[in-house]
Design a protein around this ligand. Structure first.
Ligand code: PHE
Length: 340
């Protein structure tokens, strides 16, 4: 039989480097069949006066073995645990796809920034409007076709409640609250009861603008819109105003910009005319000013409105308006670089 000292030395020096060695250690010193355990069976063969001391020494060894076992076991568990959680800072990061702004938001912000730079302030308001703010205050005659069911989404339960067909409603709301000088732009979503095609949608976005002060002239409007066109399409762009009609402006005009693709030579985009229409504008009708509580003898103003989808289609040369509403990432991803 090994001596107590030999066993003690074995317990102390046993190499426990892995799980197998730990198990072997347990079998050698702690299991029922181990040498150490079987020595407890020898107690009865020892001279009675030595039994107590022998037993104590065996118990000490057993405790020592148990202690070493527990120590090594928890060390090993901690090592495994930290192996699983430790961060490898040299590992390439997972591919986190970058999002981007929607092209409509990019264009809205761009238009907005251009006008904010010359003192316009953006105002927003409700998509669901009443007849007064969308039509009546804006000088629409009672039988004007724009009020027709074919153009406007009305709320069935209440004929006075409708989805705004233009953000001119915000110009009315602003003038009702505020006396001139007024310089606002009104970005927002608008709704028209139109069949959805590649060129038209029942939902789209506008930015409209309004400037009311003393002695505001048609020349002021033209110069402001030229500034806008040049910031948007480049310094060489030219503009032209064609007479038009809107109930809320007199005189009214539609504005074209020289085709920025062909520079006016004629191409597919401008349908070989050299010009592309981008917005409607005009001098605010005195009736509208009076409807909103503004003295039309003292003040005059101009207004304009442009469709954001149309501008975006022109600028990025896309040919189907529905692309802007489908949220297909393959389409949207292409605008990453354009984020303002
Ligand atoms: N509200 C007009 C539209 O939606 C645009 C416009 C605004 C025209 C202001 C003239 C002046 O078509």
């Amino acid at each position: 039989m090994k001596s107590i000292d030999e066993i003690r030395a074995e317990i102390e020096n046993y190499k426990i480097e892995n799980a197998e060695a730990l198990e072997q250690f347990r079998l050698n010193f702690l299991s029922k069949k181990s040498e150490l355990q079987s020595m407890f069976g020898e107690i009865k063969n020892i001279a009675p006066e030595e039994r107590k001391g022998f037993g104590q020494m065996l118990n000490e060894l057993k405790d020592k073995a148990q202690q070493r076992f527990e120590e090594q076991k928890s060390k090993m568990e901690a090592a495994i645990c930290s192996l699983n959680t430790i961060a490898d800072v040299t590992r390439p990061s997972a591919n986190i796809p970058l999002g981007s702004m929607h092209p409509i938001s990019i264009m809205m912000n761009q238009v907005r920034r251009i006008f904010e730079d010359i003192g316009f302030t953006a105002v927003t308001g409700p998509d669901i409007e009443d007849d007064w703010h969308v039509f009546t205050a804006l000088n629409f005659a009672e039988e004007h076709p724009a009020r027709d069911m074919q153009d406007t989404f009305f709320v069935e339960l209440h004929p006075d409640v409708l989805l705004r067909t233009h953000t001119s409603s915000l110009q009315v709301r602003t003038m009702e609250k505020q006396q001139p000088p007024i310089r606002v732009i009104c970005p927002g979503r608008v709704f028209r009861n139109e069949a959805i095609t590649s060129r038209a949608h029942c939902i789209f976005h506008q930015v409209e603008g309004l400037y009311v002060a003393e002695k505001v002239s048609f020349a002021d409007m033209k110069q402001t819109l030229l500034y806008f066109a040049q910031r948007m399409f480049g310094p060489d762009v030219r503009i032209r105003l064609r007479p038009s009609y809107f109930p809320f402006t007199e005189p009214s005009a539609e504005m074209d910009v020289s085709c920025y693709i062909c520079g006016g030579e004629g191409c597919n985009l401008c349908k070989h005319t050299g010009w592309v229409e981008i917005l409607g504008c005009g001098m605010v009708d005195p009736n509208v000013l009076e409807n909103c509580g503004i003295d039309s003898e003292k003040y005059s103003g101009f207004a304009f409105g442009l469709g954001i989808e149309r501008m975006t289609m022109l600028k990025y040369r896309t040919n189907d308006i529905r692309l802007y509403f489908e949220n297909d990432v393959r389409f949207l991803q292409q605008f990453k670089a354009a984020t303002l």
